[in-house]
Design a protein around this ligand. Structure first.
Ligand SMILES: NC(=O)c1ccc[n+]([C@@H]2O[C@H](COP(=O)([O-])OP(=O)(O)OC[C@H]3O[C@@H](n4cnc5c(N)ncnc54)[C@H](O)[C@@H]3O)[C@@H](O)[C@H]2O)c1
Length: 251
């Protein structure tokens, strides 16, 4: 029960990783607020439904984040933590570098990096008034190392330029914010997960495994332990860090 009674907002809580984070928070005694564009029904979650709430939120819209903060803080009297795990992208996202237009680059950077910026800024204003707070941003190994393009040969997948730029930006923004908040009792950290199993082609999985130390691509619940640790008081003096969870892919 590392998160007993902590109120934790999970932006992107309806997603592949977000759902795991919601379950991990509730199973560790916390209250999970799912803030997502996509509506989810609690019946889909095999957890105590009294400890979960859904607030439909577009985290690229200032008034919607302010509304989220108002609703949660009024109902629970406080907000302990924010987890940023949304993954917005426009309809042209995922193209090869030479095909990406300036407009698409700007739109994707604005939605994803911009959304993380905006949600951090709004919650930090609230946390400063409250006197404490804790933020965990979900970044990626591709914000840490250059792409391994050979992995994608013969598949329809690639590592988009926007993703690399956005995720490295999120890692650096995390450090910036941790330092900016000196003396305010607000921590900001990030997690950089490796690739998560999600029906990728076998030849890709095998090549990916060769870069790793034991497992290869991770299961969607493999990030939970690190998240719970960062949200808990056990990590009280960890601040401004990027914790890589990737079975050694980036070594
Ligand atoms: N899946 C992976 O392999 C992997 C690996 C490393 C890092 N990550 C990162 O983890 C995070 C979660 O990824 P995922 O795989 O769960 O993605 P996902 O697409 O399954 O889920 C993302 C969620 O974000 C929500 N969302 C999108 N735009 C939003 C907006 N404007 N406002 C609010 N919610 C919005 C979606 O509705 C969705 O529920 C992302 O930041 C992603 O970059 C994922």
């Amino acid at each position: 029960m590392l998160l007993k009674d902590k109120v934790i907002v999970i932006i992107g809580g309806a997603g592949l990783l977000g759902r795991e984070f919601v379950s991990a928070v509730v199973n560790n005694g916390g209250v999970a607020i799912i803030a997502d564009l996509k509506e989810v029904s609690f019946q889909e979650f095999d957890i105590n439904h009294k400890q979960v709430k859904f607030v439909k939120t577009d985290f690229t819209r200032l008034e919607q984040i302010e509304n989220l903060i108002n609703i949660v803080s009024k109902e629970y009297g406080r907000i302990d933590c924010l987890v940023n795990s949304a993954y917005p992208r426009n309809q042209n996202y995922g193209r090869d570098f030479l095909e990406v237009t300036f407009e698409d680059f700007c739109e994707n950077a604005c939605l994803h990096l911009g959304g993380y910026f905006l949600s951090c800024q709004c919650f930090i204003k609230f946390f400063i008034n409250q006197g404490y707070g804790n933020i965990v941003n979900i970044a990626s190994i591709y914000g840490v190392v250059a792409p391994r393009f050979d992995l994608y040969t013969g598949t329809t997948m690639t590592m988009p330029i926007e993703y690399a730029v956005i995720k490295s930006g999120i890692i650096h923004m995390t450090k910036y914010l941790a330092k900016y908040l000196k003396g305010k009792n607000i921590r900001v950290n990030c997690i950089s997960p490796g690739g998560i199993l999600d029906k990728q082609p076998e030849k890709f999985l095998k090549r990916y495994r060769d870069y790793c130390l034991n497992k290869g691509m991770l299961s969607k619940s493999d990030i939970n332990g690190t998240l719970v640790f960062l949200l808990s008081d056990m990590s009280e003096f960890i601040n401004g860090q990027n914790i890589i969870v990737d079975d050694g892919f980036t070594l």
